[in-house]
Design a protein around this ligand. Sequence first.
Ligand SMILES: [Zn+2]
Length: 310
Amino acid sequence: MLLRRIFTIALAAAAVGCWSMSAKNSSPRAASPETDATPFATPTPKPSATTASANSNTGPTPMTGQGTFYDHLPKSLSHPTDDVSKLLLREYGSVFVTKATPPTKIVFEDENDVAAFQKSVERESASIGGATVTLQKPAMEAFKAAIAEAQKSGISIGPRGGDSSIRSYAQTVTLWASRVKPALGHWSAAGKITKGDAARISALSPYQQVSEVLGLESKGIWFAKSLDKSIIYSVAPPGTSQHLSMLALDVKQFDDPRVREILAKHGWFQTIASDLPHFTYLGASESELPGLGLKKITSGNRVFWVPDIS
Ligand SMILES: [Zn+2]
């Protein structure tokens, strides 16, 4: 299956040492970490380097037009050339063509990085369905419009819980650590890794841990809660969640096709094929999406818009 194939590629890259998480050139992005309980969990890739050179675009988002997905990336992102950046964009990159303000990096490196971005954009909070939802302003306005439209048909739309919208870097670190720490303990007790290695990895920054963890997983040393599959099917690596950029929302009624249709009419699309409750604010109409370099994938009766890149 696609995700499996992509992950295999990712692991191959890790094995070859391509997981360059050099602090200097990481890039943007985000994915959404759900929990092990999520229907399909979120595969989440990882950081990497960004390189490259510019291409044509500017600013937050050229909305119309033709061109490839790369042509529509924000200028600040530059054109990724390493395998990991490409992998991340392929899996989670749709958010970069949003009409709102896209993340400035494929992987935010730390709390300051995330805080600086979150501070730079206008946000709005509202109490919806018993939880506080915080999103970028245009994303919130569109979400409220979707709620209002749904109400006319007696349909409710709301968040899955209190952490369904904005997240801090610390929250993504906590989720990550909740898998990494027990797994390191388990695998060192089992003799699969040395205690020294476990201690060394524990002492790394979350950003640095990602490549180490994925490298071990390429040898069958798994870090998901169940210890039998990749951590990326369980949580998003720190700094990669779309929730960090306030453009993602986990929707309680994600199983209702009418809800998905109404959200799509208001610019909220599903962009991560493995993460069923997760919606991303793109702010474009569905007919605009191919022109932004996205392609439609249908899985079951669900539609996902993902970057049209290889
Ligand atoms: Zn999510």
